[in-house]
Design a protein around this ligand. Structure first.
Ligand code: AMP
Ligand code: ZN
Length: 463
């Protein structure tokens, strides 16, 4: 299967083709581990998970490296405020980060090197860049010279007339309006961890971290580089400049970026009080599958406006899916044959995913299956239809990975299900005394029927 994907470098949707046959090498910018990941960060990591699953579905084997930024301005500041070593902060939040990934069913990268374990390699690159005239030392720090690298600005479409020759920036993040020679190495400061290198004592800048780690573990040229859109400038522009100046070749073929998550229409920030972590959503009673579904179900190149109402909608959508699965698994002995329809929609689901990760379109095919079968009545479809749905949904779930889509054989006997259907109809007809009678019968048979806005769910009493 061919995947089409939007490449930030060309600003076009391209046919994806790996450098080396079937093997895909991917580098993903990882977390800065100084605090809990917020829901915006998690949107990015769920997007990376979706991309990985689609690559595997398309038949590629994948090797993914993701850095852990365990030394940076924010981590050092936090450690100094608390009076602890910065490793104490970074190790704590790295652990929590991987727990969050697991809760959201995002598979781990094959390798997740910490920046502080790779400093020798960063130093080697910096030394080479100095020797070749791409970088220079000033007041104990080392800067990359934009003037030495004419390709600078191509990824972020920077207006090079804005570059003031010789202007320097020391901070890791800055706006496109103030480009300048950026720090590869930051000279030693009081109260900051430092490392002794031939070009001076200090610590690495953020951008060199990803150039060094990707080159060390993936080689000079690899297929995919991912990040959130906020990383296009300056982080990826700088990374590209350093890596390409060092390697002398185009290092990354596909730059893939996911859009931002905003909250109730506004940029998420602690001061606005609209900052959510996974824990906070858990404390509000949401389960991980609802959060995963909410994050995965909007297209990676569209901004995601997170709202609690939207999360509740995701929760009710997946509970509808669960209800459908339960009804279908209790049936499948009727005569209505919809198996061809199911297979067509299954194919359309995957075709949509291969087209620039078209998840919205893909999900619409899942709902066509549900709606068509619901219209015919899940208890009346034949065994071939049931089999086709089991196959399709099992495949869908290799991508979506939500428990509601698991096609486990129903433990609900068909006669209990029929009584529940009758009761549901009685409620629709406002015949509440009949509905109560039927509930009594269902209870006597050892089952509990729960009403939802869309229908009902059955459970065995002791489960
Ligand atoms: P950080 O831990 O800050 O280095 O960020 C980790 C990843 O989360 C980066 O790829 C960012 O682009 C991404 N990210 C940060 N904030 C948001 C947001 N509000 N929405 C989507 N992605 C984000
Ligand atoms: Zn990076």
């Amino acid at each position: 299967m061919t995947i089409k994907i939007f490449n930030t470098l060309s600003r076009k949707i391209e046919n994806f083709k790996p450098i080396n046959g079937n093997e895909v090498k991917m580098y993903s910018c990882g977390p800065t581990v100084y605090d809990y990941a917020h829901i915006g960060n998690l949107r990015y990591f769920v997007f990376v998970d979706l991309l990985k699953r689609i690559l595997k579905e398309a038949g590629y084997s994948l090797y993914q490296v993701m850095n852990i930024t365990d030394i940076d301005d924010k981590t050092i500041k936090r450690a100094n405020e608390k009076g602890v070593d910065f490793h104490e902060i970074s190790l704590k939040y790295e652990k929590i980060f991987f727990e969050d990934l697991e809760k959201l069913k995002c598979s781990r990268p094959d390798l997740a090197p910490r920046a502080t374990d790779e400093i020798d390699f960063m130093s080697e690159m910096i030394q080479f860049l100095i020797e070749k005239g791409y970088a220079y030392e000033r007041s104990g720090s080392v800067y990359f010279s934009l003037a030495s690298y004419p390709e600078y600005g191509k990824l972020s479409k920077l207006d090079l007339s804005k570059v003031k020759v010789g202007a320097r920036v020391d901070v890791d993040t800055y706006e496109k309006e103030s480009p300048g020679d950026f720090a590869l190495w930051k000279g030693k400061k009081d109260n900051e961890p430092s490392y002794k290198m031939p070009f001076g004592e200090g610590r690495p800048g953020w951008h060199i971290e990803c150039s060094a780690i990707s080159r060390k573990h993936l080689g000079e040229q690899f297929d995919i580089h991912t990040g959130g859109v906020d990383l296009i400038f300056p982080h990826h522009e700088n990374e590209k400049a350093q890596s390409e100046a060092f390697c002398g070749v185009k290092t990354v073929n596909y730059w893939i970026h996911s859009e931002y998550l905003i909250v109730e229409g506004k940029k998420m920030s602690k001061s606005l009080g609209n900052f959510y972590t996974l824990r906070e959503l858990e404390d509000r009673g949401f389960d991980y599958d609802s959060v995963r579904y909410m994050l995965i179900s909007s297209h990676y190149r569209a901004q995601l406006n997170f709202t609690i109402t939207g999360l509740k909608a995701a929760e009710s959508t997946i509970s509808n899916i669960k209800m459908f699965v339960q009804h279908l698994m209790a049936g499948g002995e009727g005569t209505v044959d919809l198996s061809d329809m199911v297979r067509e929609q299954e194919k359309a689901f995957f075709d949509a995913l291969m087209d620039d990760l078209g998840i919205g379109n893909a999900l619409s095919h899942l709902f066509i299956i549900i709606n068509n079968i619901n219209s015919a009545d899940p208890l009346k479809v034949n065994a071939a239809t049931k089999e086709a749905v089991i196959e399709a949904f099992t495949r869908f779930n290799t991508i979506l990975d939500i428990s509601q889509l698991e096609m486990t054989e129903s433990k609900i006997p068909a006669d209990v299900n029929t009584l529940a259907q009758e009761r549901h109809q009685a409620r629709l007809d406002k015949d509440y005394s009949r509905a109560d009678e039927l509930r009594g019968e269902i209870t006597e048979m050892g089952y509990i029927v729960e009403d939802t806005p869309e229908g009902f769910i059955l459970r065995k009493m002791d489960e």
